[in-house]
Write a protein that binds this ligand. Structure first.
Ligand code: IPE
Ligand code: IPE
Ligand code: MG
Length: 228
């Protein structure tokens, strides 16, 4: 079976999952966080080399402060809790997003987790937090200018080298849960030739079997990259 090298997931539907159960949205975020470890493990065991999970977008700051602060607390808890388990599985952690715009505590914990797992050579787990593709592209263009590049030097390689995903292969499979069929500012450049898979279930219900269904769907696709 053809295995995607890079899988990206838009983990959507925590709020609706909770609403369906008559619970506050916060409970949905808790259930969503609990799902992450299982999916990281199944992806690594399936032979995926890079897994990018979209946890919080640059636009998600527009949500009520009470919800944002719960998400930040859960994030911090997670970053601390799973250091050992990532280590055991040989998984390298990468914070994918504008880390400067994060609260100090999270910044420190994320960097600590990156450092603690820097020597691992299994799958790379990119956690997208305070991530927005437009911001990433604007920053890459700014870097081209501040690095003194001439117009003639600006090409796909020089732009790519200035993205937050520098050195990471493009996304092969993009999964979004919860039935929504949009990209919501996630990895626009990197998804140029990605295969899309939309799961109807909400993120807290996206289990190992659901992940495998997405992988099987990917294996059945015919990719052309503009050729015939
Ligand atoms: C995804 O679930 C998690 C984040 C964006 C932080 P949502 O919170 O977007 O859940 P819905 O889409 O409102 O159901
Ligand atoms: C995308 O989900 C961001 C994450 C899953 C982190 P949203 O719930 O924020 O996206 P929209 O607003 O429905 O497009
Ligand atoms: Mg949503």
């Amino acid at each position: 079976m053809e295995i995607p090298q890079h899988v990206a997931i838009i983990m959507d539907g925590n709020g609706r999952w909770a609403k369906d159960k008559g619970l506050p949205r916060i409970k949905g975020h808790k259930a969503g966080v609990a799902r992450v470890e299982e999916i990281v493990e199944v992806a690594a065991n399936s032979g995926v080399k890079h897994l990018s999970l979209y946890a919080f977008s640059t636009e998600n700051w527009r949500r009520p402060e009470s919800e944002v602060s719960v998400i930040m607390c859960l994030l911090r808890l997670y970053l601390r809790l799973y250091t050992n388990s990532l280590h055991r599985k040989g998984i390298r952690f990468h914070f994918l997003g504008d880390i400067e715009g994060m609260p100090e505590g999270i910044r420190a914990d994320a960097l600590a987790l990156e450092i603690a797992t820097a020597g691992e050579n299994g799958m790379v787990f990119h956690l997208a937090v305070n991530y927005g593709s437009r911001m990433e592209l604007v920053n890459a263009i700014k870097k081209c200018i501040s690095d003194g590049l001439e117009v003639a030097d600006i090409n796909e390689t020089t732009v790519e080298e200035r993205l937050l995903t520098k050195g990471v292969p493009p996304v092969d499979l993009l999964i979004r849960t919860s039935g929504e069929q949009r990209i919501s500012n996630f990895l626009l450049w990197q998804c140029a030739y990605a295969e899309f898979y939309f799961a109807d279930c909400h993120w807290p219900d996206f289990n190992k079997a659901e992940f495998q269904k997405a992988m099987e769907s990917f294996a059945s696709r015919e990719r052309r990259f503009g050729g015939i």
